[in-house]
Write a protein that binds this ligand. Sequence first.
Ligand code: SF4
Ligand code: SF4
Ligand code: FES
Length: 347
Amino acid sequence: MDVTLSVQRHNPDANPATWWQDYTVTVPDHATVLDALLAVRDEQDESLTVRCSCRSHICGSCVMRIDGRSALGCKTKVAEALRRGGAEGRVRVQPAGNMAVLKDLAVDLEGFFGKVRAVQPWLQPVGPEPEREYLVPNEAMLRVRDAMACILCGACVSACNSLEVDDRFLGPAALAKAWRFTEDPRDGHDRDRLEFLSSVPGGIWDCTHCFACVEVCPKDVKPMERIIELRRRAMDAGFTDNNGARHSQAFRDTIAHSGWLDETKVAVRSVRGPDELLDWVGVGARSFLRGKVPLRHKAIPGALRVTAIVSAAERTAAGSARGGAAAGAAPHGAPGHGPGSGGGSGA
Ligand code: SF4
Ligand code: SF4
Ligand code: FES
């Protein structure tokens, strides 16, 4: 099969501009986009920089954007990319997003791994070490198994809309990793972790729920769902003195009260006090001028039914949280499960 790859190239050391370069190459029908890129490099242009190692979607090195979508080059078949709408028989290949380009398809991963390190992705047990190994209920490990499958490829980070506008955001990969350790019954520092994640600039409250990370993750880690769970756990643990938690509570309260969102009330209640509110006066004025702030907020007809739906949803959520706790882990740091090895590991 012949395929034309349009590759976005960049060599910042030599030239600040990026350019597109087309390569037509013959590859087997089962070839992946990475196979095609390596064929280009071997046969046509050895200056093309591609990062890869396992070629089996295990090592996480070959993340790139293929026709605009973040993906592993070694997991995306050329034929599949062409079927999905490669323009005129071409496959467009770009470096991963939200990371600086070092050269061509190789991006700088320093910031990415720095954020992963910031959530302390290792077990921190408390208390006496067991004589032998930790005993962990199967259910508890099954619960974290999917998150442990993360290969730190960065596809989620490449696709994250929040990171596009705020580089401080810890991002989906680091937060999914943080979730995995707050959920591990051997770890004794889940409260410290939740406090950090609630209060650090760019923590759990900066996700916009856009689902992009869930859609592109090659290992089905579902980072956004982990972030939502971290928020719930942080609020349940009492870490509510922050704008994110206030915003979430105000959002819920106004809908339960009037059946729809009272944006003015949500904005006012999301901030700590009048001083902080002053910072938002400009945004409020612009929103008002664009008709985004209704002058009067009235309850919708049938608001009571919405209130009943909110209450039912909360009862269901509380029930499943109790069920999950009963079926899953022992309390964090509980005797027999928590304290221990002094520096164990974990994926
Ligand atoms: S969560 Fe998924 S997309 Fe993100 S780094 Fe891990 S494996 Fe890659
Ligand atoms: S859901 Fe949140 S973490 Fe995931 S890509 Fe969107 S903003 Fe980023
Ligand atoms: S080369 Fe290892 S994940 Fe693609």
